[in-house]
Every structure is written in structure tokens, then in C-alpha cells.
Write a protein of this length. Structure first.
Lengths: 345, 143
């Protein structure tokens, strides 16, 4: 019989082996932190299109750990799962891990009910203080992780057991730090924009990709003996991109949506603060007087519509506030639309 | 016979209600009935005043978001069961009420209520058919 599909061992394509290379990269990343096949790994990053989820998932499976593909959200369930499965390693944003800790009391779960020993933290900038706080509160080791979807995802750079900033895998990437104004390549130790070139991928060649992340590379080696240079903590951005609970948001995405909604005027403000350990995004808009008919239900429906439209674009659901025209600040020249009240720790 | 209500959007900010009332008070506008519909993040103030056109101009000139809404002023027997008797008529005829609130003054010996209906014209027909007395705009202004 012709045309019946059968699986054939020789069907191993070049791309499949590329994927395996990636898994190997993450495998050695994870092993470098001291995690082993005996660990139980709760992968709390978002699955789906976000590379942080499946990226480390495959690597963890290669290590041979038990992998719980729980994804993000549902705090109660996360904590219960940590207890039920006696999770030893988590992959998560530092702010969400702090939030989880603050909620443990509510659910009557204390530290001794859990078996946590390591956390891989990343997706948002955080300070050494935050890492130490997490380590103290949860009695774990926390390892900083750097990655970006354009360059395969998590594990571009990762800390080893020394925890003195992240080894950038130079067998997979060429890393340069440049002056983003002039393009000049800077020396190790000088702060500038990280530029990355991918060595082991064919499907999407990435040559000297401007990450827009500000950082520096360490000239000195590490006590662990690895010669892959270390990358500092990310010190900022060269553009206006915001990171809210690990999600990248460009103010222009919000602006584009707001301009398309006829019921609101074009003056708006993006307000970010903290609610407990988590970031909170509020979008303030001014309503159009002509469209106000006095009905509460219609205003609430408008608020929800704006929220949904924004969520479809930026993936997180902001708080939407309706304001009277003229009550939000107006700027001449370049509008300062973003007010970020999060403390820089 | 419809009368005019003014709806004002109130941002969730300290003193906003005071701002409205002092503006009207300082300009000799008298509020005859009022209610506030609130949500977590904003409120809608609904008022019936003695000088509607002047009031809305004042509000708009002072950067308030305000608009006219048609409502009906209905007389209701001022005794226990009075309101229920009116509501019975409305319910039996499938007239849906969106909201209602009371006037400060009476027009006659009956209680006076403001009502807004989902279908204003249909509501008026039913009220007329059942001899429910509705007070006209000119009489409201004189209250």
C-alpha cells in the first residue's frame, strides 16, 4: 500500500538536532546550579508562547528531574503543589516568589512543610538584596537567570554555584557590549548595551542583535573554573520597555490600543506601582464628555472593554481608571506618559 | 411627560461631590432630588434641579462631565403599600425600572419619586393608562 505514513529513525532532521543542542545548553545550565535528577522541578513560568516555560522544561527533563509543568498563576495551587510533590526546585520571577511566600500563612503552610532548596529566578530585573531576601525567607539558594526569546529563551546566561553573576554561554553566543550611541564595542568591565550573535541556530540567524539591555561583562574568571565570561545583572534598558511581573510591555502597545477606542480621549497615563510583592499596572484614561449619558453600566462596560483590548495586546490585564477630562497631566513636547512608582531597590 | 435630570460623572477623588454642590449653591441653583450611583472607581451623580439649562452650562464651563437624561416624576400614595401598588402595575405590564429616588418636596399630598425606565415611552403609556399621576417639568421647577 502506497502513501501510508510510518515513522523512520532516519527522519531526524537538522532542525531537530538543533533543538537537542538547546536542550543540552539548558541541561548544563541546570546542572551547573547543583540540581540533579533527584530533584522535583516545579516550572512556574508561563507555558505557551513564552519561551521561559517550555525552554527550561525540556532542559529539566534532560537532566532527568521530575518536571511539574504547572505554569504561572493560581497561587493557592502553586503552594499546595509544592507541598504535595515536595518540590525542591522552582523556576519563577523573584516578585512572584516573594508573593508566594507572603501567601503561605493564609493557607496554613509553613516552611517546614516544604522541601524547597533552589530557585531559578529571572524574567525581570532584580537586585542582590532581593535575591538575599528570597534566600533568607525561604532558606534556599536562588540563581539569577538571563534569557530572551529572540535568542532561544532562558539559559542565555545563568549563575553557577558561586552565585557571583551569570555565565554567558560563549559556545552558543558571541557577546559584545557596545556604546549604544556610537556603536563602539566596549572593553570588559565597561557598562553598555549587550549585543548577541547566535552561533548554533539556523532557522533564525541572529547577528549582532541589540538586546537593549544595559550590562557589562566581567574580565575576571570565576571560582568555579568556567571560562565563559560572566554577565552582570541587567542594569536598565536603552529604550522605554517596561517589565511588569516578568512580562515585557512597550508603552507604544498601550498607546496604540487607546487611540483606537473612540469613547476615550487621547490623553492617558500609564501608572505602575507595587501591590505587595507584585507589580501593578494601571492605565488611566479620560472619558469623552459627549459620550457620557449617565449610565453606570455603560461606563463599567467601557472600562472592561478597554481592559480586554489592552490585555489582548500586552497579555496582562491592567487596572483601568476612568478620569474626568483635564484631570490627567498634559505635557508639551514629549509626553511623560509613564509614571513608575516602584522602588528601585 | 418627561422631566430633566442631570447626570454628572464623578471621578473617585476627594471633594468632587462638594465641588459640584458648592458650584450649584454659589450660583443659586437648587437641588430638588439627588442620588449617587457608585462603583469601585467612580460615581455618577444624578440630580433634578430647578434651573436645568443654567445648571448644565455651569457644570460644563467648570470642566464637569454632565449630561441631560429624561426621567419621569411620579406621584405615589404616601402610605405603607403606596409604592408597592405602583410597582405592581409596572411589573404586571413588564415595565422595567432602571433606577429611582425620591424628591425632597411633594407636589400634592402624595410622595414624589423620580424614575428612569428601560423604555421610557412605553412606561409613560402604561402609567397614563393606569391613571398614575405624573408631574410636568414646569411644576417641578416650582417645587
Amino acid at each position: 500500500m502506497a502513501d501510508v505514513p510510518f515513522w523512520n529513525r532516519e527522519i531526524e532532521t537538522a532542525e531537530r538536532s538543533r533543538l537537542q543542542e538547546l536542550q543540552l545548553q539548558r541541561l548544563k545550565t541546570i546542572v551547573g546550579t547543583g540540581a540533579t535528577a533527584d530533584d522535583v522541578f516545579q516550572n512556574m513560568m508561563t507555558y505557551g508562547l513564552f519561551t521561559g516555560g517550555l525552554g527550561l522544561h525540556y532542559g529539566a527533563e534532560r537532566v532527568g528531574m521530575t518536571v511539574i509543568p504547572i505554569g504561572g498563576g493560581n497561587t493557592k495551587r502553586q503552594i499546595q503543589t509544592m507541598k504535595d510533590f515536595q518540590t525542591t526546585v522552582v523556576h519563577i520571577t523573584p516578585s512572584y516568589l516573594l508573593h508566594i511566600h507572603s501567601r503561605m500563612d493564609e493557607d496554613g503552610i509553613c516552611r517546614k512543610d516544604l522541601a524547597l532548596r533552589k530557585a531559578f529566578i529571572g524574567a525581570e530585573p532584580h537586585s542582590e538584596n532581593t535575591r538575599r531576601k528570597l534566600q533568607d525567607l525561604l532558606q534556599i539558594d536562588a540563581y539569577n537567570s538571563y534569557g530572551l526569546s529572540e535568542l532561544n529563551g532562558p539559559g542565555v546566561a545563568f549563575e553557577c554555584v558561586c552565585k557571583k553573576d551569570m555565565h554567558l554561554w560563549e559556545d552558543s553566543y558571541i557577546a559584545e557590549v557596545i556604546d549604544s550611541q556610537t556603536g563602539e564595542v566596549l572593553r570588559d568591565g565597561q557598562e553598555g548595551e549587550l549585543v548577541l550573535t547566535n552561533l548554533v541556530r539556523r532557522a533564525m540567524p541572529t547577528l549582532r542583535y541589540h538586546t537593549r539591555d544595559l550590562a557589562f561583562l566581567y574580565p575576571e574568571g570565576c571560582d568555579c573554573g568556567r571560562t565563559h565570561r560572566r554577565l552582570s545583572r541587567i542594569l536598565g534598558r536603552t529604550d522605554d520597555m517596561l517589565i511588569i511581573n516578568g512580562v515585557n510591555v512597550f508603552p507604544s502597545q498601550i498607546e496604540e490600543k487607546i487611540m483606537k477606542i473612540p469613547e476615550v480621549a487621547t490623553n492617558y497615563q500609564i501608572y505602575i506601582d507595587k501591590k505587595g510583592a507584585l507589580d501593578r499596572l494601571t492605565v488611566k484614561v479620560e472619558i469623552y464628555p459627549k459620550l457620557f449619558l449617565g449610565e453606570v453600566a455603560k461606563l463599567e462596560a467601557l472600562r472592561n472593554k478597554i481592559r480586554e483590548e489592552l490585555q489582548a495586546s500586552i497579555t496582562i490585564a491592567p487596572v483601568v481608571e476612568l478620569h474626568e477630562p483635564g484631570s490627567l497631566p498634559v505635557f508639551e513636547g514629549k509626553a511623560k506618559r509613564v509614571v513608575d512608582k516602584r522602588p528601585k531597590d | 411627560m418627561k422631566i430633566t435630570q442631570i447626570s454628572v460623572f464623578l471621578e473617585n477623588r476627594q471633594g468632587r461631590l462638594y465641588d459640584v454642590c458648592s458650584l450649584l449653591g454659589n450660583n443659586n441653583v437648587n437641588i430638588r432630588a439627588l442620588t449617587i450611583a457608585e462603583t469601585e472607581s467612580f460615581g455618577v451623580l444624578r440630580i433634578v434641579v430647578d434651573k436645568s439649562d443654567a445648571a448644565i452650562r455651569l457644570l460644563r464651563d467648570n470642566q464637569f462631565v454632565a449630561n441631560f437624561t429624561d426621567v419621569i416624576a411620579i406621584e405615589v400614595p404616601d402610605k405603607p403599600g403606596g409604592l408597592a401598588s405602583i410597582l405592581k402595575v409596572l411589573a404586571e405590564n413588564e415595565v422595567n425600572i432602571e433606577y429611582m429616588y425620591g424628591f425632597v418636596e411633594k407636589f400634592s399630598d402624595k410622595a414624589l419619586l423620580v424614575m428612569r425606565f428601560e423604555d421610557m415611552d412605553f412606561a409613560q403609556q402604561i402609567l397614563a393608562k393606569h391613571n398614575v399621576h405624573v408631574v410636568a417639568e414646569k411644576d417641578i421647577q416650582g417645587l
